[in-house]
Design a protein around this ligand. Structure first.
Ligand SMILES: Nc1nc2c(c(=O)[nH]1)N(C=O)[C@@H](CNc1ccc(C(=O)N[C@@H](CCC(=O)O)C(=O)O)cc1)CN2
Ligand SMILES: Nc1ncnc2c1ncn2[C@@H]1O[C@H](COP(=O)(O)OP(=O)(O)OP(=O)(O)O)[C@@H](O)[C@H]1O
Length: 193
């Protein structure tokens, strides 16, 4: 294994352990605070298509944001994994999700969408230089490397204690444009205000 990937893998394990220390109640509270901040920041500027995620255990639970997008009649796009590929599919309700391993994802009869100006990106850890570390499967890296998504605005979501000064980055890692935690906002907005 390349040295950087080995360091990332170690850090990934430490962060995943750290996330397990948080109680369900704390996780819900964080999710609610961070969702409110995202709604406040992005709400007035939401494009029609917004890609978000269905929280996995330990991730910030942004269900309140997802519900808000659905209520605004925005198109809520969620990741669907097939083999090594990930695509974004439109759902009109959270009841259109089916189980896939430990994940919930849009069912096969939802519509794939390749135009995604705004993507809310989950991560195991981020750093203040806006680097992201995920589960190490490269789904987001490959998805974002696709031409269609070069101009998408990426918002990383993470709890403050998994936002580091610096994490190792490899050439294929794409930085996010903005990071929102319960206490910090890093990076710029895509619009003038
Ligand atoms: N909420 C959320 N959804 C997401 C991602 C994410 O990071 N967060 N993904 C970001 O990438 C994609 C899925 N990423 C995955 C990352 C790891 C494994 C995984 O470890 N799978 C196990 C077997 C499944 C299991 O343990 O039940 C394996 O392959 O060993 C699967 C999907 C798409 N959806
Ligand atoms: N654009 C790409 N094309 C092909 N393979 C890629 C690309 N980007 C990353 N990969 C591969 O994906 C694997 C995982 O990369 P990395 O460790 O950066 O994942 P991650 O960002 O933490 O995971 P994820 O995106 O699934 O949350 C690496 O082996 C890497 O070589």
């Amino acid at each position: 294994m390349h040295r950087i990937s080995a360091v990332k893998q170690q850090l990934r394990l430490v962060c995943q352990k750290q996330r397990q220390l948080i109680s369900f109640q704390q996780q819900q509270r964080l999710g609610s605070i961070i969702s409110q901040r995202l709604i406040h920041l992005l709400g007035p500027h939401l494009p029609t298509n917004v890609a978000s995620y269905v929280p996995l255990a330990g991730e910030v639970d942004i269900t309140p944001l997802n519900t808000y997008i659905l209520k605004q009649n925005g198109h809520l796009l969620l990741p669907r994994v097939t083999g090594v590929d990930m695509s974004m599919h439109q759902v009109t309700g959270l009841n259109q999700l089916v189980r896939h391993g430990k994940m919930w994802q849009p069912s096969s009869d939802t519509c794939r969408c390749d135009e995604v100006p705004l993507i809310i990106v989950p991560g195991v850890a981020f750093d203040k230089l806006r680097n992201r570390m995920g589960y190490g499967k490269g789904y987001y890296d490959r998805f974002l490397a696709n031409n269609n998504h070069h101009r998408s605005f990426l918002v990383g979501v993470v709890q403050e204690d998994l936002l580091f000064a610096s994490i190792p980055a490899e050439p294929h890692d794409r930085k996010v444009d903005m990071i929102v935690t319960e206490t910090s906002i890093i990076g710029g907005k895509p619009w003038k205000s």
